[in-house]
Design a protein around this ligand. Structure first.
Ligand code: TRP
Length: 436
Protein backbone atom coordinates (compact mmCIF):
# COMPACT_ATOMS: atom_id res chain seq x y z
CA UNK A 1 0.00 0.00 0.00
CA UNK A 2 1.15 3.45 -0.83
CA UNK A 3 2.79 5.31 2.04
CA UNK A 4 1.75 8.93 1.75
CA UNK A 5 -1.90 8.28 1.00
CA UNK A 6 -4.48 10.34 2.83
CA UNK A 7 -6.54 8.64 5.54
CA UNK A 8 -9.79 9.04 7.39
CA UNK A 9 -9.17 9.76 11.05
CA UNK A 10 -10.88 6.55 12.08
CA UNK A 11 -13.96 4.41 11.98
CA UNK A 12 -16.52 7.16 12.48
CA UNK A 13 -14.93 9.50 10.01
CA UNK A 14 -15.17 6.82 7.36
CA UNK A 15 -18.69 5.77 8.30
CA UNK A 16 -20.04 9.31 8.26
CA UNK A 17 -18.41 10.02 4.91
CA UNK A 18 -19.75 6.78 3.44
CA UNK A 19 -23.23 7.31 4.84
CA UNK A 20 -22.95 10.89 3.59
CA UNK A 21 -22.25 9.54 0.12
CA UNK A 22 -25.14 7.11 0.28
CA UNK A 23 -27.69 9.46 1.79
CA UNK A 24 -28.61 12.14 -0.68
CA UNK A 25 -31.16 13.21 -3.24
CA UNK A 26 -31.61 9.50 -3.90
CA UNK A 27 -33.08 8.89 -0.47
CA UNK A 28 -35.56 11.72 -0.42
CA UNK A 29 -36.30 12.80 -3.94
CA UNK A 30 -35.67 9.71 -6.06
CA UNK A 31 -36.90 7.20 -3.47
CA UNK A 32 -40.11 9.09 -2.75
CA UNK A 33 -41.14 9.55 -6.31
CA UNK A 34 -40.32 5.99 -7.25
CA UNK A 35 -42.22 4.69 -4.22
CA UNK A 36 -45.20 6.87 -5.06
CA UNK A 37 -45.12 5.78 -8.68
CA UNK A 38 -44.68 2.09 -7.94
CA UNK A 39 -47.40 1.48 -5.40
CA UNK A 40 -45.74 2.39 -2.11
CA UNK A 41 -45.12 -0.46 0.29
CA UNK A 42 -44.42 -3.16 -2.29
CA UNK A 43 -41.69 -1.01 -3.74
CA UNK A 44 -40.29 -0.34 -0.27
CA UNK A 45 -40.12 -4.05 0.52
CA UNK A 46 -38.41 -4.86 -2.77
CA UNK A 47 -35.99 -2.01 -2.25
CA UNK A 48 -35.06 -3.35 1.19
CA UNK A 49 -34.68 -6.83 -0.25
CA UNK A 50 -32.33 -5.64 -3.02
CA UNK A 51 -30.37 -3.50 -0.57
CA UNK A 52 -29.59 -6.59 1.48
CA UNK A 53 -29.25 -9.22 -1.22
CA UNK A 54 -27.31 -7.38 -3.92
CA UNK A 55 -26.46 -3.97 -2.46
CA UNK A 56 -24.66 -5.28 0.58
CA UNK A 57 -22.42 -7.84 -1.18
CA UNK A 58 -21.45 -5.39 -3.93
CA UNK A 59 -20.78 -2.69 -1.34
CA UNK A 60 -18.51 -5.11 0.46
CA UNK A 61 -16.80 -5.90 -2.85
CA UNK A 62 -16.14 -2.23 -3.55
CA UNK A 63 -14.81 -1.67 -0.05
CA UNK A 64 -12.54 -4.70 -0.29
CA UNK A 65 -11.05 -3.64 -3.62
CA UNK A 66 -10.50 -0.08 -2.39
CA UNK A 67 -8.91 -0.91 0.93
CA UNK A 68 -6.86 -3.76 -0.49
CA UNK A 69 -5.35 -1.71 -3.30
CA UNK A 70 -5.21 1.70 -1.64
CA UNK A 71 -6.24 3.18 -4.98
CA UNK A 72 -9.20 4.70 -6.80
CA UNK A 73 -11.23 2.47 -9.15
CA UNK A 74 -8.79 2.50 -12.07
CA UNK A 75 -5.81 1.64 -9.88
CA UNK A 76 -7.82 -0.91 -7.91
CA UNK A 77 -8.89 -2.86 -11.00
CA UNK A 78 -5.34 -2.85 -12.34
CA UNK A 79 -3.98 -3.90 -8.94
CA UNK A 80 -6.26 -6.93 -8.74
CA UNK A 81 -6.72 -7.81 -12.38
CA UNK A 82 -3.85 -6.40 -14.42
CA UNK A 83 -3.71 -3.58 -16.98
CA UNK A 84 -6.40 -5.10 -19.18
CA UNK A 85 -8.94 -3.96 -16.63
CA UNK A 86 -7.97 -0.33 -16.84
CA UNK A 87 -10.73 0.44 -19.31
CA UNK A 88 -13.44 -0.64 -16.85
CA UNK A 89 -11.95 1.66 -14.26
CA UNK A 90 -12.21 4.47 -16.74
CA UNK A 91 -15.84 3.69 -17.41
CA UNK A 92 -16.67 4.00 -13.72
CA UNK A 93 -14.91 7.35 -13.53
CA UNK A 94 -16.80 8.67 -16.54
CA UNK A 95 -20.08 7.38 -15.12
CA UNK A 96 -19.41 9.26 -11.90
CA UNK A 97 -18.69 12.47 -13.77
CA UNK A 98 -21.89 12.06 -15.77
CA UNK A 99 -23.97 11.50 -12.65
CA UNK A 100 -22.44 14.43 -10.83
CA UNK A 101 -23.12 16.76 -13.75
CA UNK A 102 -26.90 16.38 -13.48
CA UNK A 103 -26.98 15.58 -9.77
CA UNK A 104 -25.56 19.03 -9.19
CA UNK A 105 -28.33 20.56 -11.28
CA UNK A 106 -31.01 19.03 -9.06
CA UNK A 107 -29.00 20.03 -6.00
CA UNK A 108 -29.04 23.58 -7.36
CA UNK A 109 -32.86 23.45 -7.46
CA UNK A 110 -32.97 22.32 -3.82
CA UNK A 111 -30.66 25.14 -2.86
CA UNK A 112 -32.89 27.57 -4.67
CA UNK A 113 -36.03 26.19 -3.00
CA UNK A 114 -34.38 26.54 0.40
CA UNK A 115 -33.71 30.20 -0.23
CA UNK A 116 -37.25 30.67 -1.54
CA UNK A 117 -38.54 29.14 1.69
CA UNK A 118 -36.44 31.51 3.74
CA UNK A 119 -37.14 34.60 1.68
CA UNK A 120 -40.83 34.34 0.83
CA UNK A 121 -42.39 30.94 1.56
CA UNK A 122 -44.10 28.67 -0.93
CA UNK A 123 -47.26 30.59 -1.82
CA UNK A 124 -48.13 30.94 -5.49
CA UNK A 125 -48.29 28.67 -8.50
CA UNK A 126 -46.04 25.71 -7.69
CA UNK A 127 -45.85 24.51 -11.29
CA UNK A 128 -44.82 27.90 -12.64
CA UNK A 129 -42.24 28.20 -9.90
CA UNK A 130 -40.72 24.86 -10.77
CA UNK A 131 -40.54 25.85 -14.43
CA UNK A 132 -38.71 29.01 -13.45
CA UNK A 133 -36.31 27.25 -11.09
CA UNK A 134 -35.51 24.42 -13.48
CA UNK A 135 -34.83 26.41 -16.64
CA UNK A 136 -32.65 29.08 -18.08
CA UNK A 137 -29.77 31.02 -16.63
CA UNK A 138 -31.03 30.67 -13.07
CA UNK A 139 -30.80 26.88 -13.17
CA UNK A 140 -27.30 27.12 -14.65
CA UNK A 141 -26.20 29.65 -12.06
CA UNK A 142 -27.34 27.64 -9.02
CA UNK A 143 -25.82 24.49 -10.49
CA UNK A 144 -22.50 26.29 -10.89
CA UNK A 145 -22.73 27.63 -7.35
CA UNK A 146 -23.34 24.15 -5.99
CA UNK A 147 -20.42 22.73 -8.00
CA UNK A 148 -18.14 25.49 -6.73
CA UNK A 149 -19.00 24.54 -3.14
CA UNK A 150 -18.39 20.87 -3.87
CA UNK A 151 -15.04 21.67 -5.47
CA UNK A 152 -13.96 23.83 -2.53
CA UNK A 153 -14.77 21.07 -0.04
CA UNK A 154 -13.12 18.26 -2.00
CA UNK A 155 -10.03 20.41 -2.46
CA UNK A 156 -9.77 20.44 1.35
CA UNK A 157 -8.76 16.78 1.32
CA UNK A 158 -9.97 13.59 2.94
CA UNK A 159 -9.84 14.63 6.59
CA UNK A 160 -10.27 18.37 6.43
CA UNK A 161 -12.70 18.47 3.54
CA UNK A 162 -14.68 15.27 3.09
CA UNK A 163 -14.71 13.92 6.62
CA UNK A 164 -15.27 17.23 8.30
CA UNK A 165 -18.20 18.12 6.05
CA UNK A 166 -19.89 14.77 6.63
CA UNK A 167 -19.34 14.94 10.37
CA UNK A 168 -20.95 18.35 10.54
CA UNK A 169 -23.83 17.78 8.14
CA UNK A 170 -25.02 14.20 8.53
CA UNK A 171 -26.24 14.38 12.15
CA UNK A 172 -28.04 17.60 11.28
CA UNK A 173 -29.71 16.02 8.28
CA UNK A 174 -30.84 13.07 10.36
CA UNK A 175 -32.33 15.29 13.05
CA UNK A 176 -34.20 17.39 10.50
CA UNK A 177 -35.72 14.38 8.75
CA UNK A 178 -36.63 12.75 12.07
CA UNK A 179 -38.24 15.96 13.30
CA UNK A 180 -40.22 16.33 10.07
CA UNK A 181 -41.42 12.72 10.24
CA UNK A 182 -42.67 13.30 13.80
CA UNK A 183 -44.38 16.49 12.73
CA UNK A 184 -45.99 14.78 9.74
CA UNK A 185 -47.55 12.24 12.10
CA UNK A 186 -49.54 15.03 13.72
CA UNK A 187 -51.23 16.08 10.47
CA UNK A 188 -54.93 15.24 10.28
CA UNK A 189 -55.34 12.76 7.45
CA UNK A 190 -51.80 11.43 7.71
CA UNK A 191 -53.08 7.89 8.14
CA UNK A 192 -54.08 7.61 4.48
CA UNK A 193 -50.45 8.36 3.65
CA UNK A 194 -49.19 5.69 6.00
CA UNK A 195 -51.58 3.20 4.49
CA UNK A 196 -50.35 3.90 0.96
CA UNK A 197 -46.75 3.77 2.12
CA UNK A 198 -46.83 0.83 4.48
CA UNK A 199 -49.54 -1.59 3.38
CA UNK A 200 -48.18 -3.66 0.50
CA UNK A 201 -50.32 -4.90 -2.32
CA UNK A 202 -48.70 -8.28 -2.79
CA UNK A 203 -49.46 -8.51 -6.48
CA UNK A 204 -47.14 -5.56 -7.11
CA UNK A 205 -44.22 -7.59 -5.82
CA UNK A 206 -44.20 -9.49 -9.12
CA UNK A 207 -44.64 -6.49 -11.28
CA UNK A 208 -41.56 -6.25 -13.49
CA UNK A 209 -41.12 -2.47 -13.67
CA UNK A 210 -41.43 -2.26 -9.88
CA UNK A 211 -38.72 -4.89 -9.45
CA UNK A 212 -36.39 -3.16 -11.88
CA UNK A 213 -36.90 0.28 -10.34
CA UNK A 214 -36.33 -1.11 -6.86
CA UNK A 215 -33.09 -2.80 -7.84
CA UNK A 216 -31.80 0.29 -9.65
CA UNK A 217 -32.72 2.45 -6.68
CA UNK A 218 -30.91 0.16 -4.22
CA UNK A 219 -27.79 0.66 -6.30
CA UNK A 220 -28.12 4.37 -6.80
CA UNK A 221 -28.91 5.00 -3.17
CA UNK A 222 -25.92 3.03 -1.91
CA UNK A 223 -23.64 4.89 -4.34
CA UNK A 224 -22.65 1.60 -5.93
CA UNK A 225 -21.41 0.64 -9.36
CA UNK A 226 -18.94 3.43 -10.02
CA UNK A 227 -16.28 3.20 -7.37
CA UNK A 228 -17.42 5.83 -4.87
CA UNK A 229 -17.42 3.45 -1.91
CA UNK A 230 -14.29 1.84 -3.32
CA UNK A 231 -12.53 5.19 -3.29
CA UNK A 232 -13.57 6.03 0.25
CA UNK A 233 -12.46 2.60 1.48
CA UNK A 234 -9.06 3.23 -0.09
CA UNK A 235 -8.52 5.80 2.70
CA UNK A 236 -9.08 3.15 5.40
CA UNK A 237 -6.51 1.43 7.55
CA UNK A 238 -6.43 -2.33 7.39
CA UNK A 239 -7.91 -2.90 10.83
CA UNK A 240 -11.59 -2.38 10.02
CA UNK A 241 -14.31 -4.98 10.05
CA UNK A 242 -15.61 -4.45 6.52
CA UNK A 243 -18.78 -6.58 6.68
CA UNK A 244 -19.84 -4.77 9.81
CA UNK A 245 -19.18 -1.33 8.29
CA UNK A 246 -21.03 -2.31 5.11
CA UNK A 247 -24.06 -3.35 7.15
CA UNK A 248 -24.05 -0.09 9.10
CA UNK A 249 -23.88 1.90 5.86
CA UNK A 250 -26.63 -0.07 4.12
CA UNK A 251 -29.02 0.08 7.07
CA UNK A 252 -28.42 3.79 7.69
CA UNK A 253 -29.07 4.48 4.04
CA UNK A 254 -32.28 2.49 4.04
CA UNK A 255 -33.26 4.07 7.35
CA UNK A 256 -33.03 7.62 6.06
CA UNK A 257 -34.93 6.78 2.87
CA UNK A 258 -37.63 5.11 4.93
CA UNK A 259 -37.83 8.10 7.23
CA UNK A 260 -38.08 10.47 4.28
CA UNK A 261 -41.06 8.42 3.07
CA UNK A 262 -42.61 8.94 6.50
CA UNK A 263 -42.43 12.65 5.76
CA UNK A 264 -43.47 12.73 2.13
CA UNK A 265 -46.41 10.29 2.12
CA UNK A 266 -48.35 11.70 5.09
CA UNK A 267 -47.78 15.27 3.89
CA UNK A 268 -49.01 14.55 0.40
CA UNK A 269 -52.00 12.44 1.45
CA UNK A 270 -53.01 14.75 4.28
CA UNK A 271 -53.37 17.51 1.73
CA UNK A 272 -55.03 15.32 -0.86
CA UNK A 273 -52.31 15.79 -3.46
CA UNK A 274 -51.56 12.14 -4.20
CA UNK A 275 -53.00 12.45 -7.68
CA UNK A 276 -50.29 14.93 -8.64
CA UNK A 277 -47.23 12.82 -7.97
CA UNK A 278 -47.44 10.15 -10.62
CA UNK A 279 -47.53 12.60 -13.51
CA UNK A 280 -44.12 14.05 -14.22
CA UNK A 281 -41.24 12.07 -12.81
CA UNK A 282 -38.28 14.33 -12.28
CA UNK A 283 -40.25 17.37 -11.18
CA UNK A 284 -43.06 15.70 -9.23
CA UNK A 285 -41.83 16.36 -5.73
CA UNK A 286 -40.63 19.83 -6.54
CA UNK A 287 -44.15 20.79 -7.51
CA UNK A 288 -46.31 18.69 -5.22
CA UNK A 289 -44.42 19.24 -1.99
CA UNK A 290 -44.19 23.05 -2.11
CA UNK A 291 -47.87 23.04 -3.00
CA UNK A 292 -48.49 20.96 0.15
CA UNK A 293 -46.25 23.17 2.28
CA UNK A 294 -48.18 26.21 1.12
CA UNK A 295 -51.51 24.57 1.92
CA UNK A 296 -50.33 23.78 5.46
CA UNK A 297 -50.31 27.40 6.43
CA UNK A 298 -47.77 28.95 8.79
CA UNK A 299 -45.96 25.77 9.80
CA UNK A 300 -45.61 24.80 6.15
CA UNK A 301 -43.04 27.43 5.42
CA UNK A 302 -40.74 26.22 8.18
CA UNK A 303 -41.37 22.56 7.37
CA UNK A 304 -40.73 23.13 3.70
CA UNK A 305 -37.59 25.15 4.22
CA UNK A 306 -36.19 22.48 6.55
CA UNK A 307 -37.10 19.76 4.09
CA UNK A 308 -35.23 21.42 1.25
CA UNK A 309 -32.33 22.28 3.54
CA UNK A 310 -32.02 18.58 4.43
CA UNK A 311 -31.96 17.79 0.70
CA UNK A 312 -29.15 20.29 0.20
CA UNK A 313 -27.10 18.74 3.01
CA UNK A 314 -27.56 15.24 1.62
CA UNK A 315 -26.81 16.36 -1.91
CA UNK A 316 -23.59 18.04 -0.86
CA UNK A 317 -22.06 15.05 0.93
CA UNK A 318 -23.06 12.83 -2.02
CA UNK A 319 -21.68 15.20 -4.63
CA UNK A 320 -18.41 15.27 -2.71
CA UNK A 321 -18.11 11.50 -3.05
CA UNK A 322 -18.93 11.62 -6.75
CA UNK A 323 -16.23 14.18 -7.44
CA UNK A 324 -13.73 12.37 -5.23
CA UNK A 325 -13.80 9.31 -7.51
CA UNK A 326 -12.41 11.27 -10.43
CA UNK A 327 -10.07 13.28 -8.21
CA UNK A 328 -8.64 10.18 -6.52
CA UNK A 329 -7.95 8.61 -9.89
CA UNK A 330 -6.05 11.72 -10.99
CA UNK A 331 -4.13 11.86 -7.72
CA UNK A 332 -3.14 8.21 -8.23
CA UNK A 333 -1.29 9.30 -11.37
CA UNK A 334 0.67 11.96 -9.47
CA UNK A 335 -1.40 15.10 -10.01
CA UNK A 336 -1.94 17.33 -6.95
CA UNK A 337 -5.32 17.25 -5.23
CA UNK A 338 -5.88 20.96 -5.67
CA UNK A 339 -5.26 20.87 -9.36
CA UNK A 340 -7.18 17.65 -9.97
CA UNK A 341 -10.20 19.00 -8.11
CA UNK A 342 -10.24 22.29 -9.97
CA UNK A 343 -9.78 20.90 -13.46
CA UNK A 344 -12.12 17.91 -13.13
CA UNK A 345 -14.69 19.90 -11.18
CA UNK A 346 -14.73 22.59 -13.86
CA UNK A 347 -15.19 20.00 -16.62
CA UNK A 348 -18.10 18.37 -14.80
CA UNK A 349 -19.65 21.75 -14.08
CA UNK A 350 -19.48 22.58 -17.79
CA UNK A 351 -21.09 19.27 -18.71
CA UNK A 352 -23.92 20.06 -16.28
CA UNK A 353 -24.99 23.09 -18.29
CA UNK A 354 -26.75 20.73 -20.68
CA UNK A 355 -29.10 19.09 -18.11
CA UNK A 356 -29.50 22.47 -16.40
CA UNK A 357 -31.04 23.82 -19.58
CA UNK A 358 -33.04 20.77 -20.55
CA UNK A 359 -35.17 18.54 -18.35
CA UNK A 360 -35.29 16.01 -21.16
CA UNK A 361 -31.55 15.67 -21.06
CA UNK A 362 -31.58 15.46 -17.32
CA UNK A 363 -34.10 12.61 -17.37
CA UNK A 364 -32.18 10.83 -20.09
CA UNK A 365 -28.89 11.11 -18.22
CA UNK A 366 -30.50 9.80 -15.04
CA UNK A 367 -31.88 6.79 -16.85
CA UNK A 368 -28.64 5.99 -18.64
CA UNK A 369 -26.51 6.45 -15.56
CA UNK A 370 -28.88 4.99 -12.97
CA UNK A 371 -30.20 1.99 -14.82
CA UNK A 372 -27.41 1.18 -17.26
CA UNK A 373 -23.99 2.40 -16.13
CA UNK A 374 -24.39 1.78 -12.41
CA UNK A 375 -26.00 -1.60 -12.85
CA UNK A 376 -23.45 -2.59 -15.50
CA UNK A 377 -20.68 -1.32 -13.24
CA UNK A 378 -22.05 -3.35 -10.33
CA UNK A 379 -22.20 -6.44 -12.50
CA UNK A 380 -18.57 -6.04 -13.51
CA UNK A 381 -17.50 -5.39 -9.92
CA UNK A 382 -19.34 -8.46 -8.59
CA UNK A 383 -17.90 -10.80 -11.23
CA UNK A 384 -14.45 -9.24 -11.09
CA UNK A 385 -14.21 -9.52 -7.33
CA UNK A 386 -15.22 -13.14 -7.13
CA UNK A 387 -13.68 -14.56 -10.32
CA UNK A 388 -10.69 -12.36 -11.13
CA UNK A 389 -9.37 -10.72 -7.98
CA UNK A 390 -7.56 -13.66 -6.42
CA UNK A 391 -6.81 -12.18 -3.02
CA UNK A 392 -10.15 -10.46 -2.56
CA UNK A 393 -11.56 -13.02 -0.15
CA UNK A 394 -8.61 -12.91 2.19
CA UNK A 395 -8.34 -9.11 1.84
CA UNK A 396 -11.99 -8.72 2.77
CA UNK A 397 -11.44 -10.52 6.07
CA UNK A 398 -8.24 -8.70 7.00
CA UNK A 399 -8.53 -6.74 10.22
CA UNK A 400 -11.46 -8.61 11.69
CA UNK A 401 -11.31 -12.32 12.46
CA UNK A 402 -15.09 -12.50 12.56
CA UNK A 403 -15.31 -11.24 8.99
CA UNK A 404 -13.93 -14.51 7.63
CA UNK A 405 -17.17 -16.26 8.55
CA UNK A 406 -18.98 -14.25 5.93
CA UNK A 407 -16.75 -15.26 3.04
CA UNK A 408 -18.86 -18.21 1.81
CA UNK A 409 -22.07 -16.20 1.96
CA UNK A 410 -20.41 -13.28 0.21
CA UNK A 411 -19.03 -15.55 -2.51
CA UNK A 412 -22.46 -17.05 -3.04
CA UNK A 413 -24.08 -13.62 -3.34
CA UNK A 414 -21.42 -12.32 -5.73
CA UNK A 415 -21.69 -15.38 -7.97
CA UNK A 416 -25.28 -16.48 -7.88
CA UNK A 417 -27.47 -13.68 -6.59
CA UNK A 418 -26.11 -10.35 -7.78
CA UNK A 419 -25.03 -11.19 -11.36
CA UNK A 420 -28.28 -12.76 -12.62
CA UNK A 421 -30.38 -10.05 -11.00
CA UNK A 422 -28.19 -7.24 -12.26
CA UNK A 423 -27.96 -8.75 -15.69
CA UNK A 424 -31.71 -8.98 -15.88
CA UNK A 425 -32.15 -5.38 -14.74
CA UNK A 426 -29.62 -4.28 -17.33
CA UNK A 427 -31.37 -6.08 -20.16
CA UNK A 428 -34.65 -4.67 -19.05
CA UNK A 429 -33.27 -1.14 -18.85
CA UNK A 430 -31.84 -1.50 -22.35
CA UNK A 431 -35.29 -2.37 -23.58
CA UNK A 432 -34.52 -5.96 -24.51
CA UNK A 433 -37.78 -7.40 -23.11
CA UNK A 434 -39.67 -5.19 -25.52
CA UNK A 435 -38.26 -7.29 -28.33
CA UNK A 436 -40.17 -10.37 -27.22
N1 TRP B 1 -26.21 7.75 -3.27
C1 TRP B 1 -26.46 9.13 -3.50
C2 TRP B 1 -27.91 9.43 -3.30
O1 TRP B 1 -28.65 8.58 -2.89
C3 TRP B 1 -25.99 9.58 -4.85
C4 TRP B 1 -24.62 9.15 -5.16
C5 TRP B 1 -23.49 9.54 -4.57
C6 TRP B 1 -24.25 8.17 -6.07
N2 TRP B 1 -22.43 8.87 -5.07
C7 TRP B 1 -22.88 8.01 -5.98
C8 TRP B 1 -24.98 7.41 -6.93
C9 TRP B 1 -22.23 7.09 -6.74
C10 TRP B 1 -24.32 6.50 -7.70
C11 TRP B 1 -22.97 6.31 -7.60
O2 TRP B 1 -28.35 10.52 -3.54
Amino acid sequence: MEQGRERFSGRYGFLLAAVGSAVGLGNMWRFSYLAAENGGASFVLLYLFFTLVIGLPVLLAEMTLGRGSGRGPIGALVHYGGPRWRIFGWITVVAGALILSYYSVIAGWTLRYTTIGVASGFAGDAGARFDAVSSGGGAVGWHLGFMATTIALVAGGVKKGIERTATALMPLLFLIVLGLALYAATLPGASAGYRAYLAPRLTDLWHLPVIVDAAGQAFFSLSLGMGAMLTFASYLERDHDLPREALVIALSDFGVAFLAGLVVFPVIYALGLQGDVGESTVGALFITLPHAFDAMGGAGRLVGTLFFAALVLGALTSAISLLEVAVASAIDTGISRRRATLVLGAMIAALGVLPALSLDWLGRMDTIAGNVLLVGGGLVIALFTTFVARDAESDMAVGAPRAARFVPLWRFALRFLAPPLLFFVLLYALGIPALF
